[in-house]
Design a protein around this ligand. Sequence first.
Ligand code: BGC
Length: 754
Amino acid sequence: MTDHTVSRRAALAGLGGTAVLGTALSAGVLTAPAATATTGTPAGSNAHRARQGKLEQRVSQLLKRMSLAEKLGQLQLVNTEDLAKQALAKTPCGGVFSVVGAAKLNALQKIAVEQTRLGIPLIFGLDVIHGYTTNFPIPLGQASSFDPSVAETDATVSAAEARRSGITWTYAPMMDVTHEPRWGRIAEGDGEDPYLASQFAVAKVHGYQGEDYSAGTKLAACAKHYVAYGGAEGGRDYNTVDVSIQELHNHYLPPFKAAVEAGIATVMAAFNTVAGVPAHANRYTLRDVLKDHYDFDGFVVSDYTGIQELIMHGVAGNGADAAAAGINAGVDMEMVSTNYVDTGKQLLAQGRIRQSEIDDAVRRILRVKFALGLFEHPYVDEAGEVTSVSATARAKARAAGSRCMVLLKNDNALLPLKRTANVAVIGPLATATFDLNGTWSGLGTGANTTPPVTVVEGITAAGASVTTAPGCDIDSADSSGFAAAVSLAQKADVVVLALGESAAMSGEASARSNIGLPGVQEQLLAAIVATKRPVAVVLFNGRPLTLQSTHDTATAILEAWAPGVEAGSAVADVLFGQVNPGGKLPVSFPRAVGQIPIYYNHQNTGRPADPNNKYTSKYLDLPSGPLYEFGFGLSYTTFTVSNIQLSSTKLSRQGGRITVRVDVRNTGDREGDEVVQLYIHDPVASIAQPVRRLRGFNRVTLTAGQTRTVTFTLGTDDVGFYDNQARFLVETGQIEVYAGTSSAADLKATFSVV
Ligand code: BGC
């Protein structure tokens, strides 16, 4: 089992093959990967090559004409109109972010294009994370759809709205895999699995950039945060991360690698350290892995003051040190802080940075600007600016909203509700508006003027007769509203209880040490449950919550996340059965905070949990495992997965393929969606392997009684893994395959890698 072979294909192109690529930490020979493009045009095609060739020529010609000051200016990204104007009057900066409004952006662009010596256009960035004007569900919600087309639709709609409004660059997709529900930024990513996150990252890149991001409806995308930001110790934002090389490559890097292969234009460095070296000063991750090994040819932007923060991290004594560290490591553009422009000339004179490094950084930035078509079309048509939510975008957001919801419990088939029901809609989120957008919303023009549909509005529009009372606030100790809520519950057929977090409780700098329902919401639930009315809890939250008592007492639980502008309508679509919920959890829900980190793709340990044996890996005071496992989610119908068949019992290590077939059957009495999931486990390997690794999923819609055969393909890229020298290994031996409807899947087959 330790017989490794090496192949570029597996590690680089994500195709089959056998092992790897060179050394990890030494500046060694990392083999060159398949070419990547700054646009979606298939790398290697003639059209792509011709376009690249011409573009590179234009970059070189412009670079030759630039002074050192003009080059350093391109490396600067500022975030206000005033700073942009100041820079343009002196040394033109490369870009501006967080300024919105077509007229404002055109005015700045006019100065850059018409009043500076070389007329290099500005790139305009914004955090278009899950919507520009039209807010879609938060990314964690989108991942729950287990349908990457949901993410692609969001990205397509958002890109068009933003580009038509003058924005050319989005700081998305965020693809930080994490095991940390305390970390507020879990809301911005795809959860705990690198495979799922990779599929969603690629879908988003396609949606934002399309085949050619010079199009008037596309944006340059940005893979963030590079890398391992989701590993923040204790879930505290910006905190230290110390990962092994194998964990870095197996767990955190795959979505970035996939995004580069999909042609992503830019990458953002992360705030954290990686094994003691801040990501902004990390030559290994930025130069060796990203730029050399993955062959990324776009540019790397720092995060907000990330270069300056090298001083606080304790790896730079002053701004000049910080700039030298960032430039040497491979951060091309500095966001907000100004160490590159301030000290670049001096550093060059002192030989602490090289001219070739500056030229390479400028070249990368210009490459993206040319690919965006900014030199041909620097301005946006102000008449086309998007300042309101269109009916089409609204319909897409509504469909996405319901597709992302996860049914966690449904005793006595309480849901779907009858439209004739008398519904008491209770809870602090019953009439909430902007909180239903979640984090990173309201940044685009017009976004703030379009409040999401409330739960009360959605349920009323569905035809039910509705009474409502908040019961309590989201996060306060005041229970004086309980009595009024209880009295409404007593008179109703059913209670819909809208509970959860405010938008500000997740996202950046929003870690929570206790991830239960905030304030007195659990007590409100208890008071409502005491009325003996059936209670459907609808949850709005940006992270997994600890829900044991909710699980024990509510009749039904629907995880709605933060669904966006059509929130209330999408909730009603699911509650009344217009849409049969089919989402699955992209992250484990712990029973208690003390279990964190808890994730499905853990290693076995030498003493796997055994309730009958004290000396095994578990807590004395909790059952093993999460409350709801990764991949879990119910439906209004039921499904079975059976009859697993492999096309062969042997997979050649030299790049073979095995087809896995399973039958999925709708065993209930209504149409519904199931996500068939495929996991593998390598029981004997040179590096202990996760007990399950997701390697395929397929969301299918089946009518009552219908059976469908679902097919997956496994290759060496699926069974291989990285070791602690960053070598991709495909080892001989047995592989277990599991298929089912969650990570607890136990329908099993095996094959051998030979
Ligand atoms: C965040 C990034 C974001 C940037 C620009 C930072 O604080 O970490 O995710 O893109 O700000 O707004």
